[in-house]
Design a protein around this ligand. Structure first.
Ligand code: DGY
Length: 322
């Protein structure tokens, strides 16, 4: 680390252990109120700062990046996703950008599995029934749901999280199928069946789990046309990004019964969730909790700081994306 401490703006409240380490090594500007900064506020708060530790809730679009004070040389995001950052604008502006891959793989795969089970087994519907004191007793036909064991799981995006979910799903004797740009190298597929064509994956996906980044190519990848290609009664889960799903189309398919259920942890326009999801009994909804364990959030913060430490020591940050 250099002898003079860089000034680091941390845009959201982070776990205590992360803020403590940041304060040990940087002159930190914290956000104890944990309010989201809009572009002009970010510019003001970043005045004179050398770097920003940002989060997925910050919108670092072209205008926000162009508005950053000259002093800012690096943005380390506390997320694996970088869709909230205009990377081309960052490159143009000469900013270093890093993310936090690997450390949230297990936690996010766990939530994908939770969504699969919760949606398939009508967990939130049952929970609501009990809380509303509406349960009149066990019956042989009450709230019959979808069995997960032995079904086919289709994974869109067989990266770290997709592969980890596949490993967990094998414990349920699920048959794993995936769609990627390229097949996994020998030895990494662990029996998962590659589909070079998305339609061919959809046709065999009793359960479909989305694990692709939000890019112009994946925008609304799940839409009326692609949903129609899923087997009737399929279950869809999303721990990737809301933009990958066309909400209107998904809600329509959940209403007609084309899809049995959906488990969603991410939404377009968060935290403003499409109200149609709230009215449906066959949705299992979480507020973007994929990486929300103490261990994972600490690890994400430490990883972001490792990247900044490397940058300010003149080394190449391990997770540099720009
Ligand atoms: C990420 O890291 O991209 C998550 O969505 C935020 O936890």
């Amino acid at each position: 680390m250099p002898t003079t401490r860089p000034t680091l703006l941390i845009t959201r409240r982070l776990p205590q252990a992360v803020e403590d380490r940041a304060a040990r090594d940087y002159d930190v500007r914290l956000n104890p109120e944990d309010t989201a900064y809009d572009g002009p506020t970010l510019t003001r708060k970043a005045e004179g700062a050398d770097a920003i530790l940002a989060c997925a809730s910050d919108r670092l679009d072209q205008a926000a990046i162009e508005g950053l004070p000259e002093s800012v040389r690096a943005v380390a995001t506390f997320s694996v996703g970088v869709d909230h950052i205009d990377l081309a604008a960052a490159k143009e502006r000469g900013l270093m950008v890093s993310n936090t891959p690997d450390v949230l793989t297990d936690a996010t795969a766990d939530v994908a599995l939770l969504l699969m089970l919760g949606a398939a087994r009508r967990a939130s519907e049952g929970d609501r029934m009990i809380r509303a004191d509406g349960w009149t007793g066990w019956t042989p036909t009450q709230m019959l749901a979808t069995h997960m064991t032995g079904k086919r799981l289709g994974i869109v995006g067989m990266g770290r999280i997709g592969r980890t979910l596949a490993r967990r799903a094998r414990a349920f004797d699920m048959e794993i199928h995936y769609h990627n740009r390229r097949p996994l190298p020998d030895g990494e597929a662990e029996g998962a069946i590659f589909h070079g064509d998305l339609d061919s994956l959809l046709a065999v996906s009793d359960f479909l789990s989305l694990h692709c980044p939000a890019t112009p190519e994946t925008n609304r990848l799940l839409n009326a046309e692609t949903i129609a290609k899923l087997p009737d009664g399929a279950i869809v889960v999303n721990t990737a990004r809301g933009a990958v799903v066309d909400d209107e189309a998904l809600i329509a398919a959940l209403k007609t019964g084309k899809l049995a259920a959906a488990g969603l942890d991410v939404f377009e326009g968060e935290p403003n969730v499409h109200p149609g999801y709230r009215d449906l009994a066959n949705t299992f909804l979480l507020p973007h909790l994929g990486s929300a364990t103490v261990e994972t959030r600490n690890a994400m913060g430490f990883r972001a700081l490792d990247n900044l430490d490397a940058f300010f020591s003149g080394r190449n940050p391990g997770d540099r994306v720009v």
